[in-house]
Design a binder for this molecule. Structure first.
Ligand SMILES: O=C(O)CCC(=O)C(=O)O
Ligand SMILES: [Fe+2]
Length: 323
């Protein structure tokens, strides 16, 4: 497996009040170039304390170490919230990937209502009302929830800085920036076990090839195995070597559409071979469901017609198979 040399972007100047405009512009330029060329890059000196990432990782490991019966209690009848794994048997030894994910109520801040809820009814805006994504989040414990909230308090300002950088490179005016910033965080904890020899021979993957649907993913992972793979421009699969303490930032379908296809939405998958189970923690930054993902005005001229989608993110997300 070829290991790809992705850009390593040092974000330090963005956090240093004494940095110069030129230093920040150099970062903007490097991020913009990486988004156009690869749709993915490593981010170092991002300001998120390593200790916090370690605590979140430990929390995830503690959850995945629970019995299958315990984990299963957190299924909520949604593809994107609660516990998920590819099988529902109690013989859970060979599960190559499992996860628990959290998505804010989409009806609370946008129009993603479940079709059987009357939009005019008082309960339509309650965070507990079922929405198009199915059942609501299931938190393993109050501590678990508090840990994720603490993590988001750090990750969301980082997202704001990354978006500012991207907006500067794309020359976005106020209206486009406002649209770009209307997002919700989808948090996903992924646990991977080594594929067995038989699974390898059958060509199984821990996580099948996909493009993330939203704007960006901010991913931290165990740093000792090359398990994440991306497809390069020639269609070749390449391993991504983790850099301790870095985040991997990758571009999803919505941001690619918003830029008229100028930014690459990277196809990726996971094949984990190492004996030690692997954990990745991803915060996906997704547009709110009622935000349209047609290209920013400033990107319209350069837009690739094949990448123009005149839909809201909700419509795009829920009809991905037909894209
Ligand atoms: O675990 C990884 O490295 C990738 C996870 C991923 O692609 C996803 O959750 O969408
Ligand atoms: Fe992904």
């Amino acid at each position: 497996m070829t290991v790809i040399d992705l850009p390593i972007i040092d974000f330090g100047a963005y956090l240093d009040p004494s940095s110069t405009a030129e230093q920040r512009q150099a970062i903007d330029h490097a991020i913009d170039k990486a988004c156009r060329q690869f749709g993915v890059f490593h981010l170092i000196n991002h300001g998120i304390p390593q200790e916090l990432c370690n605590k979140v990782n430990a929390r995830a490991r503690q959850f995945f170490d629970l019995s299958f019966e315990e984990k299963r209690k957190h299924r909520v009848g949604s593809d994107i919230r609660g516990y998920w794994c590819p099988t529902d048997t109690s013989n859970a030894h060979n599960i190559p990937c499992e996860g628990i994910a959290f998505y804010p109520p989409v009806n609370y801040c946008s129009n993603g209502l479940s079709p059987d809820i009357d939009p005019a009814s008082p309960e339509a805006r309650l965070p507990t009302t079922p929405d198009v994504l199915g059942g609501q989040n299931s938190w393993p414990s109050d501590e678990f929830r508090a840990q994720i909230e603490e993590y988001l308090e750090h990750i969301l300002p980082l997202k704001d800085r990354l978006f500012s950088s991207i907006a500067a490179s794309l020359g976005l005016g106020d209206a486009s920036q406002k649209r770009m910033h209307k997002t919700a965080p989808h948090v996903s904890f992924n646990g991977y076990k080594a594929l067995t020899k038989a699974q390898m021979e059958e060509g199984e993957h821990n996580l099948a090839a996909h493009i993330d649907p939203g704007c960006i993913a901010i991913l931290t992972q165990d740093s000792d195995s090359v398990s994440l793979q991306i497809q390069d421009k020639d269609g070749k699969w390449c391993g991504v070597k983790p850099i301790p303490g870095s985040f991997i930032i990758n571009i999803g379908g919505a941001l690619s559409r918003l830029t008229g296809g100028q930014y690459v939405d990277v196809l990726h998958r996971v094949i984990h071979r190492s004996e030690k189970p692997r954990i990745s923690i991803v915060v996906f930054i997704n547009p709110l469901f009622d935000i349209t993902i047609e290209p920013f005005t400033e990107c319209a001229e350069k837009a690739d017609p094949a990448k123009i989608v005149l839909k809201t993110y909700g419509e795009f997300y829920l009809n991905q198979d037909s894209e």
